[in-house]
Write a protein that binds this ligand. Structure first.
Ligand code: ZN
Length: 499
């Protein structure tokens, strides 16, 4: 018999707060569908008081997800709890997540309140949250640096006020596994009946180790993110923790409800939405996580995979990209494959995407899952659209590009020279747009293998003090870069008008 550990995914909240990972409401909904398919227990969808758009995003996730709980975060005050409860109204299983710092350093310097006040505020906030939502979780921010006896008092007070889950965050990523394990063991003994939760950060690379120490000492919920994204060095990585529990189940006696064969897909979907890919050697989901290079390893692997492999690529859904679509595939094939990948589109979007799939299949014969996700995942270009472009380059000519863009329904064209075709194309785009964008980052990645691969380009630009990102895919990397650039420019313009 194994004991079940609940998986609380905070990719859409703690993860989304990290630089370059912000998501639109549409992207949050799309990713939430994959989390549901993955089998997490709780999806933390956001922090509704932050903005109207955030509240709307949480509300849409709450309306979409049926089989797991949807959580919304709130500080321990009515003006936060009220919008969080409102955002959770459509949820099948709402959870309100209330937090307040408890460490001396946070109370004194950030909140400027005394411990007794914090204790009262925590209990009052939980009671207020309970009046709106049955399932309330309380987080003692900076718990790992909180004096134990005070932490225990807070846990008892919020339990009495109606919280069923008590989260112990290592907010600053400072704890060591044996220390954190000891805190959980004491709480487990001192405050029976409360589900304990671990929320660890990876500042010292100890997120997974600390979370494992917590569950071994009685925690029955872990707060994690896909690809380990999150503030600073990130959060505990869901895929690593889940696979550690699974591969070492005999030693640990613990299990989760996660379907590991969906892990790779979740990781890729997140990367294609944010444009940030995990390092190649990242455990479980990195490109090289199952690559055996050394000759002696390869020899052993051929004789018997168990010589060097503790889990198979197939067990986490990795392996060859599925060959899915060719130019004869219709709308229905595209739709069903997309649904299988966690992506539901409206009728018009689907028609457009089907046309793009055929176009791509014409150019490169086959369209793989990755290609499809890249095509479907591109952000709308706002009011800006690439009409056509032409670049002339070579080692004996001056690289020159002409770009025509549609801006607010009207075509604008411009030419420029640069120190390479990409530079020339982006300068021409700037001239055609009449905008002066600062290019902060540009990443190109081959989405699939082979010389005919689809290039996915992610760009980050700054315009008028605002940053925005864009992604696009094409077999032509300059075209992909231009489309990504226009997407980012469109987003930056929208941001400017909204501000
Ligand atoms: Zn955190």
């Amino acid at each position: 018999m194994t004991d079940r550990v609940a998986v609380f995914d905070t990719t859409l909240r703690d993860g989304e707060q990290s630089p370059g990972c912000s998501m639109t409401p549409d992207e949050k909904v799309r990713f939430a569908r994959q989390l549901e398919r993955l089998g997490v227990d709780v999806i933390e969808a956001g922090f509704p008081v932050a903005s109207k758009a955030e509240l709307e995003a949480v509300r849409r996730v709450a309306a979409e997800v049926r089989s797991c709980s949807v959580a919304a975060l709130a500080r321990a005050k009515e003006e936060d709890i009220e919008p969080a409860a409102r955002a959770l109204e459509p949820a099948a299983r709402p959870r309100l997540h209330v937090f307040l710092a408890t460490s001396a350093i946070h109370l004194e310097h950030k909140l400027k309140i005394r411990p007794a006040q914090a204790l009262r505020q925590a209990a009052e906030a939980v009671r207020y949250a309970r009046s709106a939502v049955y399932d309330v979780e309380f987080s003692a921010e900076d718990a790992s640096r909180t004096d134990y006896s005070f932490l225990r008092e807070v846990a008892q007070a919020v339990q009495e006020a109606g919280a069923s889950v008590f989260n112990v965050p290592d907010t600053v990523g400072y704890a060591l596994p044996d220390e954190l394990g000891a805190v959980f063991a004491r709480l487990h003994q001192d405050v029976p009946g409360l589900t304990l939760s671990a929320h660890c950060h990876d500042d010292l690379g100890l997120g997974v180790a600390n979370s494992l120490a917590a569950v071994r000492a009685g925690a029955r919920q872990v707060e994690v993110t896909i690809n380990g994204i999150g503030e600073r060095a990130g959060n505990t990585s869901l895929e690593e923790l889940v696979m550690a529990l699974r591969v070492r189940q005999e030693s640990l006696g613990l299990s989760t409800g996660v379907r590991p064969e969906e892990l790779t897909r979740a990781s890729r979907l997140l990367s294609s939405i944010t444009g940030i890919w995990p390092q190649p050697n990242k455990a479980v989901v990195g490109r090289n996580a199952f690559a055996h290079e050394a000759g002696i390893h390869q020899h052993g692997m051929l004789a018997n995979p168990l010589t060097y492999e503790i889990m198979t690529p197939a067990s986490v859904g990795a392996g060859e990209s599925l060959l899915v679509l060719g130019k004869h595939s219709g709308r229905h094939a595209v739709e069903s494959r997309l649904l299988a990948l966690g992506c539901r589109l409206g009728a018009q979007e689907l028609d457009e995407l089907t046309a793009e799939v055929k176009d791509l299949a014409d150019r490169k014969k086959f369209v793989y899952d990755d290609d499809l996700l890249a095509l479907a995942g591109r952000a709308p270009a706002g009011e800006l659209r690439l009409v056509r472009y032409q670049a002339v380059t070579g080692n004996s000519v001056l690289p020159t590009a002409t770009v025509e863009v549609e801006r607010d329904g009207r075509a604008h064209a411009a030419s420029a020279v640069g120190n390479g075709p990409l530079d020339a194309a982006l300068k021409a785009a700037d001239a055609a747009l009449g905008l002066d964008l600062e290019l902060l980052e540009l990443h190109t990645r081959a989405v699939t293998a082979g010389k005919d691969a689809l290039a996915e380009v992610s760009v980050r630009v700054r315009f008028d003090g605002r940053e925005a990102t864009g992604q696009a895919a094409s077999t032509d990397s300059i075209e992909a870069a231009l489309k990504a650039y226009l997407t980012a420019a469109g987003a930056a313009r929208v941001g400017q008008e909204a501000a």
